[in-house]
Design a binder for this molecule. Structure first.
Ligand code: F6R
Ligand code: MG
Ligand code: MG
Length: 366
């Protein structure tokens, strides 16, 4: 049976500030999806939050970019935004950048990651959801999962993976994309995706049979809105086991935290801290950037789960290291490389400093 797994998300309002989500918002989203399920419009759903982001995990058999499914999500995001306004939550309706829905969530503000596949005899999937960072945060872990045999011995051991994986790399600045094929184009891939704010991995497929393996949300709010409206707090779906990296290989990259862009005011580099669901809320310096991993087994589209994959002492040291990295980089205050590079700051209010000085004719020729 062909199943579509859609993860659709938006920041519809924070509680308190940009830190958590309000329980009434999650309740409302659950009620609306329960209704869609009872009407047989979808197969199953799971609603959660990562920080101030409302996450809708939906299964159905209508394919990706489906008007009806996107329409359901759109009405949930608009209704919960209304509720957020009533509750006077912070930044109510933050990610709802456009007012009219014309059949697809893309370009309207919410983040979208979807894949359609024939459900295998057993279909384990891991859904990652992050707050206070951007889709480029997934490039390093995706490379490790699908390209680095030191992370994923399955690339060497499992004959179904030995053919390698292809990566669809999006250039979000020039609106173009390129497919790169590993292992032979590994250095080209690394050459591009090291520029995290510009190149993002949209999806990964298995070369042998073009089977979809992973997909991310790559929506860029700032590029849509033309100004800073929060980071693009991304989601990632990965299929696991038997010809794909196993669950442990998928989680392994997060055992060594890496620096990602986002954190306070979407303007700082900081460590990506893997946390269980109960800690998926930001605090210190509006962070540090966090990621949760929920595991499900699909059962004819029904979501068996979730299992909270980072709720394990095996990730305690990663969390400790992330805090140590945070302590270290915080010393730099408003200086790079803690603060982001100039072109990443272009949608924030900081550009007004230069403009103000220019307008006051304070700059003199050297
Ligand atoms: C980052 C984020 C927060 C806000 C910050 C300022 O993605 O959501 O760090 O940028 O709290 O928020 P405003 O500008 O709404 O006061
Ligand atoms: Mg927010
Ligand atoms: Mg957020």
């Amino acid at each position: 049976m062909k199943i579509t797994l859609s993860v659709l998300k938006a920041d519809v309002g924070g509680f308190v500030g940009h830190s958590h989500s309000h329980p009434d918002i999650l309740k409302k989203a659950r009620e609306m999806l329960e209704e869609a399920k009872n009407d047989n419009k979808i197969i199953d759903f799971y609603v959660t939050a990562c920080g101030d982001d409302l996450e809708l995990i939906i299964t159905h058999n209508k394919g990706i970019e489906n008007k009806e499914v996107h329409g359901i999500a759109w009405s949930i995001f608009t209704e919960t935004s209304k509720l957020a306004k009533e509750l006077k939550l912070y930044g109510a309706g933050q990610d709802i950048l456009k007012t009219t829905f014309s059949g697809n969530l893309r370009g309207l503000g919410p983040g979208v990651a979807e894949m359609e596949f024939e459900e295998r005899e057993s279909e384990p999937v891991i859904i990652f959801m992050a707050d206070k960072t951007e889709p480029g945060a997934f490039s390093l872990p995706l490379y490790k999962m699908f390209g680095d045999a030191f992370n994923t011995p399955g690339l060497v051991i499992d004959p179904n993976m030995r053919g390698g994986f292809s990566f669809d790399v999006h250039d979000v600045k020039k609106h173009r994309h390129v497919w790169l094929h590993l292992p032979e184009e590994m250095y080209k891939l690394l050459g591009l995706i090291g520029t995290v704010g510009r190149y993002e991995i949209k999806s990964v497929i298995r070369r042998e049979d073009n089977e979809i393996a992973a997909v991310t949300s790559t929506e860029r709010l700032n590029l849509i809105a033309g100004k800073y409206v929060g980071k693009d707090d991304p989601v990632l779906i990965v299929r696991a086991q038997h010809g794909f990296p196993d669950v442990g290989e998928i989680l392994e990259p997060f055992a060594i935290p890496h620096f990602v862009a986002g954190w306070n005011r979407g303007s700082h580099n900081g460590p990506l801290m893997p946390v269980p669901q109960r800690y998926a809320n930001t605090s210190r310096f509006d962070g540090p950037p966090r990621i949760i991993a929920l595991g499900f087994q699909l059962n004819n589209g029904k979501l068996e789960g979730p299992v909270d994959m980072f709720d394990d002492p095996a990730f305690d040291d990663a969390r400790r290291q992330a805090i140590e990295m945070a302590n270290y980089i915080r010393r730099n205050g408003t200086f790079q490389p803690h603060r982001l590079e100039e072109d990443e700051m272009e949608y924030t209010k900081i550009t007004a400093v230069e403009k103000e000085l220019e307008e006051a004719k304070r700059f003199e020729k050297l």
